[in-house]
Write a new protein. Structure first.
Ligand SMILES: C[S@@+](CC[C@H](N)C(=O)[O-])C[C@H]1O[C@@H](n2cnc3c(N)ncnc32)[C@H](O)[C@@H]1O
Length: 195
């Protein structure tokens, strides 16, 4: 079975769903071969409902942005500017469409295998990482976020307990001051501040 990011041969079947979060309504186009085709992922929802949106400012990078939910939702409720990166071209195309659909202009989506095409530094990096891509990709995203964060920059991660949240938390402590800011039905939301 193919991975959800290995979708070039999958027939397109455009879908749209509506969701309410942080007191607003959003609509998202999705398609076959993208993560969480039918609804806002529960882990992503937990992440978005756990972070302190009042502290989000400056530049934000969403690693593994999929069809753009994190950037689009946060750009409506903060004044920050957003970049979303992914390897899934179909998801990136949908993300740009979703930005227009939700009248959001301060977001930019582009292809990047982890940080390969990332040129800037950010005040915040946010990720619901691609567990199915394997531990080396996930660790590349979370451990190397430190090279793309501004001083006092913050990394937010959502990960399930059974996907290795506890061992990741231990390993993150080598580079960051960490705090589990929420636990919800097995999902851990981890806040990491650069040492
Ligand atoms: C768990 S999904 C999260 C999607 C979206 N942020 C959300 O919350 O609904 C992880 C995303 O990471 C992407 N991904 C997989 N491997 C990647 C890589 N090497 N570099 C960047 N993104 C990757 C997948 O295509 C997928 O869209």
């Amino acid at each position: 079975m193919g991975q959800y990011f290995d979708n070039e041969k999958l027939k397109s079947e455009l879908n749209i769903f509506k969701t309410r979060i942080l007191d607003r309504e959003y609509s998202f186009y999705t398609d076959n071969g993208v993560f969480s085709k039918n609804k806002l992922d529960f882990g992503t929802r937990t992440l978005l409902e756990s972070i302190d949106i009042n502290e989000i400012h400056g530049k934000v990078l969403d690693v593994g942005c999929g069809y753009g939910v994190i950037d689009i939702i946060l750009s409506k409720v903060t004044n920050a500017s957003f970049e979303g990166i992914d390897v899934n071209l179909r998801a990136l195309h949908l993300a740009s469409r979703n930005a227009k659909l939700n009248n959001v202009s301060n977001v930019k989506f582009y292809e990047s295998n982890v940080y390969k095409n990332v040129k800037s530094k950010y005040n915040f990096i946010i990720t619901n990482p691609p567990i199915r891509a394997g531990k080396s990709v996930v660790y590349d995203i979370v451990m190397n976020a430190r090279f793309h964060l501004e001083e006092n920059g913050i990394l937010y991660i959502v990960i399930r307990k059974e996907q290795g949240a506890k061992s990741m938390l231990r390993d993150l402590q080598n580079y960051y001051k960490t705090e589990v800011i929420n636990k919800n039905k097995g999902f851990f939301v981890i806040k990491c501040i650069l040492h």
